[in-house]
Design a binder for this molecule. Structure first.
Ligand code: PLP
Length: 448
């Protein structure tokens, strides 16, 4: 019998080959290889159906399982809530939904209004809809609707979230995408898009926002969205001065600053939230992944009270309130999971562990910079990347086949790490790791 239950391994593999259509996968690969199928997890260790064990250097593949696997108290919280009341639509509250909103508001007191949905993409879409309607209520005569995003940032898979993502290859063959989105340069000094050098650059990558706002029309821009630390676009923590500059420009043009903390939230970068490393006060924040560590699908868009208040229009007004819904957003069971997950992160001081273990991880990885193919190692907390180059002088990205081999060999050796999305010659050359926040020095030693 297989680890997955009553099915034999061979049967599972056959069913996989016959029926599955996996995310981000060319199924041709499984004509010559056995498909990977995970069966169990405990702490930061995973086991596949073939009985092999791995250190999970990716927190569930997409940096989500912050508290690690096998958390009985989360499972009990979910089961207890499902017994009482599994579900009621998000237009009606349930106790865990209310308590979760209160908890998030206590962690982010400037953003006390909490809108719950199911995924990171949705949380971002909601933030765009909120920003657009906010300005439409406030300035009925203006068309202030455009969203500015940053190159290399990723904000999701739905068409609006994709249109606002700065990873061009993800958009290929899905167009035409919605209009009303424009890009600013990324914030990676190692490959400055403007060809400048820090600190003489005057943080022009952030100042470019002003040029873009003026080009798009001063009155037409509603919001800017950024990841506090770019994750999937190459592990990019901007320099300290970056966000104050961005924020100043936002305030000057009354543009809302949205921070996508889908990856960086809940301790990932060594603080509870990634933006807390910087002197910046976002107007909205989006949360997902680590909000319930993958035990249930849930996300949140949190906003300033002044934004919420704009939606308190006359009761007779049929379109003044936020007319948005998703069937499962606010599900009682998912809210219960998130509440217990956040309790664990706080009680076990996992953001602090992420800072300490993250420093240890970075120190270990920095050692690799002595090799000619390691261009730069960078990271914050338990979010780290290694940029691989043909040689340090030309900085020419190392071909993705080498990265694929490293990832495959690491897996053979019992460690799961990742590499950036394929087919982008510019930045498919970054390996990354983001283990669960409970990882120990021994776990990190194995990753390094
Ligand atoms: N925002 C960021 C920064 C992400 O990395 C992701 C997913 O990886 C998303 C948004 C989209 O989240 P989801 O896949 O839950 O829709």
């Amino acid at each position: 019998m297989s680890a997955a239950g009553s099915l034999e391994v061979d049967e599972l593999v056959k069913l996989h080959r016959d029926h599955l259509w996996l995310h981000l996968t060319n199924h041709r690969a499984f004509e010559s290889q056995e498909p990977p199928i995970m069966a169990e997890g405990n702490g930061f260790i995973l086991k596949d159906i073939y009985g092999r064990e791995y250190v999970d250097g990716l927190s569930g593949g997409v940096w989500a399982v912050n508290v690690g696997y096998g958390r009985d108290s989360i499972i009990q919280a979910i089961a207890g809530q499902l017994k009482k009341l599994p579900y009621y639509a998000g237009s009606m509250a349930t106790p865990p939904y209310i308590l979760l909103a209160q908890k998030l508001a206590s962690l982010l007191p400037d953003l006390p209004k909490v809108y719950i949905s199911n995924s990171g993409s949705e949380a971002n879409e909601k933030s765009y809809k909120i920003a657009r309607q906010y300005f439409s209520e406030k300035y009925p005569d203006k068309k202030k609707y455009k969203i500015i995003y940053r190159n290399r940032d990723y904000h999701g898979t739905t068409l609006g979230a994709l249109a606002s993502s700065g990873q061009q290859e993800r958009k290929v063959k899905f167009g035409p995408l919605p209009e009303g989105f424009a890009a600013i340069p990324h914030a990676l000094c190692y490959r400055c898009e403007l060809g400048k050098c820090y600190p003489a650059c005057n943080i022009d990558c952030a100042r470019a926002l002003e040029t873009v706002i003026q080009r798009e029309g001063e009155d037409s821009v509603a919001a800017v969205i950024v990841e506090p630390v770019t994750a999937g676009g190459g592990i990019i923590p901007p320099v300290a001065e970056y966000y104050p500059v961005l924020q100043e420009i936002c305030r000057k043009y009354e543009v809302l600053l949205i921070m996508d903390e889908v990856v960086t939230g809940f301790g990932r970068t060594g603080r509870m939230f990634g933006h807390q490393h910087y002197a910046v006060e976002p107007d909205m924040i989006t949360l997902a992944k680590g909000l319930a560590s993958g035990y249930m699908p849930i996300s949140a868009t949190v906003a300033r009270k002044s934004i919420f208040d704009q939606f308190l229009t006359e009761l007779e007004d049929p379109t003044g309130y936020f007319r948005d819904i998703s069937t499962f957003g606010g599900c009682a069971g998912a809210s219960a999971a998130a509440l217990e997950n956040i309790r664990i992160i706080e009680d076990e001081k996992l953001a602090e562990n992420s800072a300490q273990m993250g420093a240890y991880l970075l120190e270990g990885l920095k050692e690799l910079e002595k090799y000619p193919v390691v261009g730069e190692v960078r990271g914050k907390g338990l979010l780290a990347g290694i940029e691989l180059v043909e040689d340090k002088k030309s900085k020419k990205p190392l071909h993705e086949t080498h990265l694929a081999r490293i990832v495959a060999e690491a897996k053979q050796a019992g460690v799961i790490i990742g590499r950036m999305v394929r087919s982008v010659p510019d930045y498919n050359n970054v390996l990354y790791t983001a283990p669960p926040l409970i990882v120990t020095k021994e776990g990190i030693d194995r990753i390094v």
